[in-house]
Ligand binder design. Structure first.
Ligand code: ADP
Length: 353
């Protein structure tokens, strides 16, 4: 999201953009599927105080003090959502503030993590009746761009891609794999489709301003919405099958992600982003000035006990990452008679106000 405005509003609110921010980690339990119920499975996770998640091995176990003492049975998150939490509640607790910060020129990332079938796609995309985080975030962005007085000065660029088997593919324009390249914005997928969802240029054509020169602030906010591969597939170990190649690569991606996270947790100078395509592309979505949200998806059923425990363990360690204080991505742009159409438009709007 690119925004040009003359009056830098860097006011920071709530948990986003404080002096020190960290990855905010949430857990969402999905309701038990019909199949799981029919198989006689029982619920093995309990939320206490809206934050703590306990993994229970036995039916009706509610000795939380005992579970707290057991290793790997008690986890605490920024918030934990039960089976009955709605899509809107998940969006407003996890992502709404971050999207607002993107409008102010910061970077923000939302990851969904968990085993296959745990609810990652449902949380991110949702359904027509119950849209998920991605849909609600995009709706909010456009609604606010239109409503706010600087609406002519925004441009939204949208890209959609997958990283699979260490290959990056453009999902808006399927074709050859994309090559990663370093430019002044960082690592980018060269030639990726950038769908211009709203063009400031188009509006600017209507306004022609010829005189004066002015300094304006050009701000770029980036919102990344990421569904990670099913975490359990990373555990495929048979080296001879195709599935194991996939497993090995997913493992490599998630391992690389974990290594970066650990290095960030330990405050190391060198963060090994280069170890996988995923982490190269996520460089500005993890460290640096970025607001990051991780939503760990788990099933309530005891059939998935092991996967749930792995997911909770992984998510819990991410809570410790502290990223640098978030600042708006700003650059001062001097605009003269030969300035861009957007700048001219801005100048005109300033005069009107
Ligand atoms: P994943 O993307 O992790 O593989 P899905 O999002 O496809 O998992 O979820 C598996 C199934 O469970 C889907 O049928 C989905 O609609 C359903 N589901 C997941 N989470 C929820 C939820 N919170 N409420 C209702 N149904 C859900």
């Amino acid at each position: 999201l690119e925004k040009m405005e003359s009056n830098a509003n860097t006011e920071k609110t709530g948990r986003i953009g404080g002096d020190e921010s960290r990855i905010h980690v949430f857990v969402r339990i999905r309701p038990m599927a019909k199949k799981e119920k029919e198989a006689g499975s029982r619920c093995c996770v309990k939320i206490v105080n809206k934050k703590d998640v306990y993994l229970t091995e036995f039916a009706n176990e509610n000795d939380y003090l005992r579970l707290k003492r057991l290793k790997g049975r008690h986890f605490s998150f920024d918030a934990s959502f039960s089976e009955s939490t709605t899509q809107h509640e998940v969006y407003s607790s996890t992502t709404a503030e971050l999207v607002e910060a993107v409008l102010q020129g910061q970077n923000g990332s939302v990851f969904c993590y968990g085993a296959t079938g745990a609810g990652k796609t449902y949380t991110m995309l949702g359904t027509l009746e119950s849209p998920g985080v991605m849909v609600l975030a995009i709706k909010y962005l456009f609604k606010n761009i239109r409503q706010r007085s600087f609406d002519g000065n925004h441009a939204v660029h949208l890209s959609y891609f997958e990283v699979y088997n260490e290959t990056v593919r453009d999902l808006l324009s399927p074709g050859r794999p994309l090559v990663l390249r370093e430019d002044k914005q960082g690592i980018v997928a060269a030639g990726i489709t950038q769908y211009m969802a709203y063009s400031a240029d188009e509006v600017a054509v209507e306004y022609q301003v010829k005189d004066a020169s002015v300094n304006i602030i050009n701000r770029v906010g980036k919102l990344s919405l990421i569904v990670l591969a099913g975490s359990e597939r990373a555990l495929a170990t048979d080296q001879r099958t195709l599935r194991s190649l996939e497993g090995a690569n997913i493992n490599r991606s998630l391992l690389a992600l974990s290594s970066c996270i650990n290095a960030l947790v330990e405050g190391k100078k060198h963060i090994p982003y280069r170890n996988s395509k995923l982490t190269q592309l996520l460089k500005d979505s993890l460290g640096g000035a970025c607001n990051t949200v991780m939503i760990a998806n788990i099933s309530a059923s005891n059939i998935s006990f092991g996967e749930t425990q792995n997911t909770l363990h992984w998510a819990y360690q991410e809570k410790e990452i502290r990223t640098k204080a978030c600042e708006a991505n700003e650059e001062l742009v001097e605009v003269s008679e030969t300035g861009t159409n957007q700048a001219k438009l801005l100048l005109e709007l300033q005069k009107e106000n």
